[in-house]
Design a protein around this ligand. Structure first.
Ligand code: NAD
Ligand code: MG
Length: 382
């Protein structure tokens, strides 16, 4: 029985994880859940999964929840509460890190220090602090298993292989909802068009990232840290059907791929059970129904975010952290109607051009840089 601490339980990854826990009641147990605000959904989850403790980041929502559930479960809130529960190392075996954005960093670091398995959905953690995270995992002997479908695919392709035989990683990208739009057509796309992803149902931030293709850019950085390869060996290919989740090409020209119908339950399950697998019939892939799979070159001129992401790898230091913070702010401004779609990468570039990169990457420099970038961009809207 694996005890799971699930951060971000009301999100898309969180709900998929709970479906798996429901499907395997004798394999997994939920000990803790966390949400930002959605206490209606959390209340249902508490009644079904009986966690020992929950975190509600929003303090007034936490008070409301306490009134509803009484003493059936410990409710924690306020600054530091996510870290406080991840410190409870005796209570859990696996941290499922599925909060969106920079907020996922601190509790993930704490779980590494507790020497836990980290099932990592929160890619932003590796984007902003990849070097720190990889070194901490080595120092504390914590396991970092990717949940992101592309990285799970590569991780699965590499199982049993010697790393020196890798020629390159091939990350597949759906291309998002605007794959076939021209650059000028992108000028007037709406929020609801941008939220309409063809293959995946995900939270709003990552869905917009998929529309700008910043998501793939973040994933290149994520792969760079996870698999320790130069960026020249990480290639993107657009594959609109999202059946091949990514591939590894070896030095003899042979290529391994991992395939399935697009459903995040598979990479989540693998991160929970690795190196074992569990019998599961929840995701069936029928090639006769898929029909065809196609592949294209990504368009770096139309999706500028891709280029920005490759560039910050060379820049190093806190440059990826600036890219991430600027992107979080830009996506938030787009979702709230303050900027247009094409301005998202413009804001990111503006921040990268105007905020100084700190060479020495430490926890402190990452936090400083994240804050500076947010302040810099928010000032433009005050
Ligand atoms: P989501 O928006 O659906 O859910 C986010 C969760 O985090 C919610 O439970 C919310 O309450 C919580 N949360 C949000 N902001 C918070 C904050 N500041 N502090 C504490 N909790 C907060 O997001 P999602 O689509 O489930 O994605 C989660 C993470 O997984 C992201 O980093 C995303 O890039 C990654 N990911 C998601 C998918 C997917 O299919 N959804 C695939 C690959 C990777
Ligand atoms: Mg992905």
């Amino acid at each position: 029985m694996k005890k799971i601490l699930l951060l971000g339980s009301t999100g898309s990854i969180g709900l998929n994880t709970l479906e798996l826990v429901r499907a395997f009641p004798d394999k997994f147990r939920i000990v803790g859940l966390t949400v930002n605000k959605n206490i209606e959904e959390l209340e249902k989850q508490i009644r079904e999964f009986s966690p020992k403790f929950v975190v509600v980041t929003d303090q007034s929502k936490a008070v409301e929840l306490k009134k509803k559930i009484g003493s059936s479960c410990e409710v924690i809130s306020g600054e530091g509460s996510l870290t406080e529960i991840t410190k409870r190392g005796d209570e859990y075996d696996i941290l499922l890190s599925a909060i969106v954005g920079f907020a996922g960093l601190e509790p993930t670091i704490e779980a590494i220090k507790q020497q836990k398995r980290i099932a990592l959905a929160n890619k932003e953690t590796l984007v902003v602090a990849g070097e720190i995270i990889i070194n901490l995992c080595k120092e504390y002997g914590a396991e970092l298993i990717p949940v992101d479908s592309e990285h799970s695919a590569i991780f699965q392709c590499l199982t049993g292989e010697d790393k020196s035989y890798i020629n390159k990683l091939i990350l597949t990208a759906s291309g998002g909802p605007f794959l076939n739009k021209t650059l000028s057509e992108l000028e007037n796309v709406t929020v609801s068009e941008s939220l309409n992803h063809p293959n995946w149902k995900m939270g709003s931030k990552i869905t917009i990232d998929s529309a700008t293709m910043m998501n793939k850019g973040l994933e290149v950085i994520e792969a760079y840290w996870l698999f320790n390869l130069p960026k020249e060996k990480i290639e993107i290919v657009v594959h609109p059907q999202s059946i091949i989740h990514s591939m590894v090409e070896f030095i003899d020209g042979s290529i391994k791929a991992q395939l399935s119908r697009p459903d995040m339950k598979l990479p989540i399950l693998y991160a929970l059970t690795y190196p074992q697998r569990l019998g599961f019939e929840g995701v069936i892939t029928d090639f006769k129904k898929i029909g065809q799979m196609t592949f294209f070159e990504p368009n770096f001129d139309k999706f500028v975010s891709l280029k920005l992401a490759y560039d910050v790898i060379d820049e190093g230091g806190t440059a990826p952290c600036i890219l991430n913070a600027a992107n979080e702010i830009a996506v938030e401004k787009f979702l709230s109607g303050k900027i247009k779609f094409f301005q998202i990468p413009e804001l990111v570039k503006d921040a990268l051009d105007n905020i100084k990169t700190i060479r020495q990457i430490t926890i402190e420099s990452v936090y400083e840089c994240d804050l500076l970038t947010r302040e810099y961009l928010n000032k433009k809207f005050s």
